[in-house]
Design a protein around this ligand. Sequence first.
Ligand code: RFL
Ligand code: PHB
Length: 403
Amino acid sequence: MSEQTQVAIIGAGPAGLLLGHLLHLYGIDSVILENRSEEYVVERVRAGVLEQHVVDMMVATGVGERLQREGLRHGGVYLAFQGKRHRIDFEELTGKSIWVYGQNEVVRDLIDARRATGRPLRFEVSGVLVAGFEGDQPVVHYIDNGVEHELRCDFIAGCGGFHGICRPSFPAGVLAAYERVHPFGWLGILAHAAPSSDELVYSLHERGFALFSMRSPSVTRLYLQCDPDEDLSNWSDDRIWGELQSRLATDDGWRPNIGTIFQKGITPMRSFVVEPMQCGRLFLAGDSAHIVPPTGAKGLNLAAADVRVLSDALWRHYSGRGDGALQEYSETSLRRVWKAQRFSWWMTSMLHLGAQDAPFAGFDYRRQVAELDYVTGSRAGMTSLAENYVGLPINVPLPGAHR
Ligand code: RFL
Ligand code: PHB
């Protein structure tokens, strides 16, 4: 079957769905293709922290109603080390805050918004192939319900995540990849337990990193540093709670509340960027072009920033304002991406025990404690962390704000 659209979007994660939403508001037609089921996409447990500009964008574009009602606004975070918690006051230092609202909730809200537009969003498609993007006639081939489709389009947006097909479809020699694989992973859990702190706690401990986060007033989200190839079956609930309590408890008696664990997973940690993020009429956005370790809570926020830049550039193209912004898409996005890489790498290296630091609490641990001591004791140090964590400024207009 042959069909046509303006922008073919591969992937219905946060990047693809948000791009489809912004394009709709600009009056630009798109088809979103996703190879997994809707349930899988909505239920996948991932990020939890939204930068202020992402929240503002969701509210300003009409998909922030539930986020404003159910999201948890946080004015700061704690850094814990040597038994003490130190608060970094984002609101006082930057005038901005962050919001805790699960990625799966963002995805659910964007799917609902897409449905309301009546524009195509196809789950469980297979055999997705992209071609023709180096010339004027890009095309996407895919199979839906056993029927082969040929989708002709003006542009292709590769929003298929790290394992998507668009990055590998670039011709040989175009892309340069920059990568760092970290020698640890995160074991993450969700538990039915009321959060015992109003704000996140990032902790460096002699036994390794741990993070206290949350999803709602009755659900705690917790992570602990582990080996990247750790076997989850070695981690009974008791062992997980024991380790979390030792790594997070502080001298003032604070510790996470214990509850029933209802989700567990292990995530390897990777820093990865490809340059450029475009080839002809194919544009990469989100995890398909870059991965950050989750310590800085940047992945989802970067995906949102990419598609904001891309949607504005596409609007400029279709409204006769030229292709300058499209040609500069990669350069514009990469400037922000590398700053987020730097910040995520810095947070990660400050808070995790390195494999080379055995026996634990050697040279690097002492250096890291000194760094945390400096950062939490200096207004300049705290401000630098705060302005990166809440999100660096983004000067790209949203639909409706153009003259
Ligand atoms: P996604 O979410 O991976 O979505 C890509 C979608 O494309 C589909 N797909 C295809 N569809 C059609 N055809 C194909 N051939 C396809 N191949 C793949 C996939 O099924 C999928 O639905 O990428 P996107 O949209 O770029 O979004 C990126 C974010 O998901 C990611 O950066 C964040 O989750 C990272 N992250 C965090 N980011 C934050 O901003 N704040 C956080 O607090 C945060 N915490 C985290 C995180 C990621 C984590 N994990 C599990 C990696 C915590 C964790 C534990
Ligand atoms: C989360 O709540 O899932 C979360 C919070 C902060 C991070 C990473 C993940 O840095």
